[in-house]
Write a protein that binds this ligand. Structure first.
Ligand SMILES: [Zn+2]
Length: 82
């Protein structure tokens, strides 16, 4: 399996992102390479982290609501890889 290495660009500011950590893990039985990266602009990276935090809080809340209100049809959303 060939993995094409391409430059990671920040979706916020378009600057290059710096890879901080690369690790391999099994997801559903297949080995995937997960890369963690941060924006080269630290101020932007902070904004991005805040956004991710807010987004996660919103998703947790939605999941909680689904749990509380029972059998609502859940909409399959795309979960961005962080
Ligand atoms: Zn950025």
């Amino acid at each position: 399996m060939a993995i094409t290495q391409k430059t990671d660009i920040c979706f916020q500011c378009g600057k290059e992102r710096i890879t901080t950590k690369t690790y391999k893990e099994y997801v559903n039985g297949s080995l995937v390479t997960t890369t963690q990266s941060v924006c080269s602009d630290s101020a932007c990276q902070k904004r991005t982290e805040d956004l991710i935090k807010k987004d996660k809080a919103r998703r947790d809340e939605a999941a909680m609501n689904r749990y509380q209100f029972g059998n609502r049809k859940s909409v399959k959303g795309q979960i961005p890889k962080s």
